[in-house]
Write a protein that binds this ligand. Structure first.
Ligand SMILES: Nc1nc2c(ncn2[C@@H]2O[C@H](COP(=O)(O)OP(=O)(O)OP(=O)(O)O)[C@@H](O)[C@H]2O)c(=O)[nH]1
Ligand SMILES: [Mg+2]
Ligand SMILES: [Zn+2]
Length: 282
């Protein structure tokens, strides 16, 4: 008789997945005909998936996938369909470096929109503040004013690490952002036992070297999980209706509530409070 046990996927390596089952870590195959308990846009197992593992004397195999509470999805240029990065994540720390690689607030916006769209709480982290914060100062307070939680950290000097660590406790938190910003370094600073590989920044391009190559879910001492992810090169949004977009910018959304038309596109409609706020310099 096979025994069925619930487990969480912590890494995916082609035909095999690593799962945490109670205190145990197992690397197991999955059935070709997995039972999905929910319709999914992308039927590939990802880190964070809750699964049912069937176990008997012959070994263990993933047989079923439980419904996903959240999915964070991206579409790469050249890929036809969006791809789920991780499942069942509560919040995401979007990491940029203060100076190198050069921080790009438009990329930050796209990642924040993706989080809002997915129902995942976004947190902003500017790492490597030991290298100076001149580049982010002109725009960072806009994000704080819009209501985002913003952490200034240095994995090197440990500045800000206590606050960031507290924000993770008991939650499943995905770390994302470009290569070389220090996602793995931050996680190593939070828990040295992770021993995640850290890369360097290329002198020629000022960019990271894509050191982390697969997403990994890691248990946090004291409860919760973190997900280390590979650096993103580009981040495309898709399937986002224009009227939904307003909701993904909390600062704009608060003005939009008072627009004369509930379906206002904030373009030419009379009584638009978003345009008015812009005109008033707010
Ligand atoms: N000065 C400084 N350097 C840092 C800091 N955090 C990380 N680094 C360095 O930045 C480089 C890249 O760090 P990683 O942790 O590999 O970056 P990553 O975001 O995980 O990159 P990918 O895995 O490629 O996506 C390494 O050389 C780190 O030592 C920091 O706070 N200050
Ligand atoms: Mg990394
Ligand atoms: Zn409007």
């Amino acid at each position: 008789m096979a025994e069925a046990q619930e487990a969480v996927v912590t890494a995916v390596f082609g035909p095999l997945v690593r799962v945490q089952l109670g205190e145990e870590n197992l690397v197991v195959p999955f059935r070709r005909k997995l039972i999905w308990h929910q319709d999914s846009e992308d039927r590939r197992l990802v880190v964070g998936d809750r699964v049912i593992v069937h176990r008997d004397k012959g070994g263990a195999v993933v047989a079923e996938v439980l419904p996903r509470k959240t999915t964070l999805t991206r579409k790469s240029p050249g890929e036809e369909r969006p791809r789920v990065i991780a499942a069942n994540v509560d919040q995401a720390v979007v990491v940029l470096a203060a100076k190198l690689p050069e921080p790009n607030p438009r990329l930050l916006d796209r990642l924040l929109v993706a989080c809002h769209h997915a129902g995942i709480r976004p947190i902003v982290c500017i790492n490597k503040v030991d290298q100076g914060t001149e580049l982010v100062e002109p725009w960072l307070s806009d994000y704080q004013d819009a209501g985002y939680e913003v952490y200034l950290t240095s994995a090197r000097t440990a500045r800000g690490m206590g606050n960031l660590k507290r924000a993770l406790s008991g939650k499943t938190t995905l770390f994302c952002g470009p290569s070389g910003v220090g996602k793995s370094a931050l996680l190593n600073a939070i828990h040295p036992g992770y021993r995640l590989q850290e890369g360097s920044i290329s002198d020629a391009t000022g960019k990271g070297r894509h050191t982390t190559t697969t997403a990994q879910l890691l248990p946090l001492p004291g409860g919760g999980f973190v997900v280390d992810t590979p650096g993103i090169r580009e981040f495309g949004l898709w399937d986002l209706k224009p009227e939904k977009l307003t909701e993904c910018f909390p600062d704009i959304a608060s003005w939009a509530e008072s627009c004369a038309f509930s379906n206002c596109s904030h373009d030419r409609e009379p009584g638009c409070q978003v345009r008015r706020a812009v005109e008033d310099g707010k």
